[in-house]
Design a protein. Structure first.
Length: 397
């Protein structure tokens, strides 16, 4: 079943309204970053009197507009974007000390990170904002538990101002005197002090993305994960059908008798479906391939308007084969690393078409006297067109 972007936005606002943070979770290329980037843009400057966000998938340039879906956070909202990575740390997100030089020498000055600065913003009587939304892309590419540190507690709304058990914010790095901290620098050049016993404001919201498959990522621990509502972002075949203008009811069930009738878009649609079913069976659904991996294939053979140049069906086949070489197959190699037999089974190496050349074969010596249970290297985009068609149609069955 196709998931709706509007429904995902509704889910995000529902979680925020219930005092929960949001984690968008799924395989790469399922639209996680795209969704939150468009939400980020929509929340930056909401028109006065707006009541919500409307998603219009037919408007590729500006798919979000106002109003429709109720917004459950106080407006106006300040929005902040950050991306976790391996060098990102507590000092960037919460509180760090940076060296400063003056006539008396070098000293360390405190600087507020993204999360602490959001709290300071809402505690400022002169702020024009009533809430802050922090967008975190690739939350598991950094050591999230270390980045949040003791501020992980304040992801739980119960421990914020107005919660059931509000706790004072631990700021041991700061020096306090007469009930206030030393001067604390903020992003943008401003500085402020924090009162002793400061509690974390309620209306700071977090939405983060996390890839389910990333060998370079650090898994987030359970203490952090349970402070988020997880919203799954699955591969969406219907999104591809919409992108290519396919009538999914007209796509036949592939058999040896009707393979020759499949056009490149039907073939790509069936190909992603079959690959993901096999991957889910072999490795688990979190290893599936996102539909976004196939969107580089041109959207239509017939242009939507006269300003667009039509592409031929041949060009569409060539685009499919190049997308396979550059995007899809490297993903498969990564997923099936150390499982060569499963990969060869996935590619129908031992059950090739009964006639004609097939793209994926076993490696053999040039003399033909030695053969290995390993794939012969191939770039499908360099093969004859008939071989490309036969190979991908057969692979999609």
């Amino acid at each position: 079943m196709r998931w709706s972007v509007a429904d995902k936005i509704d889910d995000i606002f529902a979680s925020w309204g219930a005092g929960r943070n949001v984690l968008l979770y799924g395989p790469p290329a399922t639209g996680k970053t795209r969704l939150i980037s468009q939400l980020f843009q929509s929340l930056q400057e909401p028109p006065e009197g707006s009541r919500g966000i409307l998603f219009d998938p037919s408007d590729a340039a500006s798919p979000f507009s106002r109003p429709k879906q109720p917004i459950t956070i106080p407006l106006p909202a300040k929005v902040v974007w950050t991306t976790f990575h391996q060098s990102y740390g507590y000092e960037d997100f919460v509180l760090g000390l940076r060296p400063a030089m003056d006539a008396e020498g070098t000293r360390l000055e405190p600087w507020a990170g993204v999360f602490l600065d959001a709290a300071i913003e809402l505690a400022d009587d002169d702020s024009k904002y009533n809430s802050v939304v922090i967008f975190i892309d690739e939350v598991n590419r950094g050591n999230a538990a270390r980045i949040f540190g003791e501020f992980m507690t304040f992801l739980d709304f119960d421990y914020r101002d107005g919660g059931s058990v509000p706790l004072p914010v631990p700021l041991r790095q700061l020096t306090f005197a007469d009930g206030a901290s030393e001067q604390l620098h903020r992003p943008g050049g401003a500085s402020t002090t924090i009162p002793d016993g400061f509690t974390f404001p309620r209306h700071v919201y977090v939405v983060a993305t996390m890839n389910s498959v990333d060998r370079a990522a650090v898994p987030i621990d359970s203490a952090l994960a349970r402070r988020f509502d997880r919203i799954e972002m699955r591969p969406d075949l219907d999104a591809l059908a919409g992108h290519w203008g396919l009538d999914t009811t007209a796509i036949p069930t592939p058999t040896e008798d009707n393979l020759e009738t499949l056009d490149p878009f039907q073939t790509a649609y069936l190909l992603l479906d079959r690959l993901n079913v096999v991957i889910a069976s072999d490795l688990g659904s979190e290893f599936e391939l996102g539909h976004g991996l196939l969107t580089p294939i041109p959207a239509t053979v017939t242009p939507a308007d006269e300003s667009e140049q039509p592409i031929s069906e041949t060009d569409a086949w060539r685009s499919l084969s190049k997308t396979w070489d550059d995007v899809l197959f490297p993903q498969l190699e990564d997923r099936y690393s150390g499982r060569p037999e499963q990969l060869m089974q996935l590619l129908h190496v031992d059950t090739a078409p009964p006639t004609g050349d097939y793209a994926w074969t076993l490696r053999a010596s040039k003399s033909g006297t030695a053969q290995a249970r390993a794939l012969a290297p191939v770039r499908t985009s360099e093969l004859p067109l008939d071989t490309i068609k036969r190979s991908f149609r057969w692979l999609a069955r």
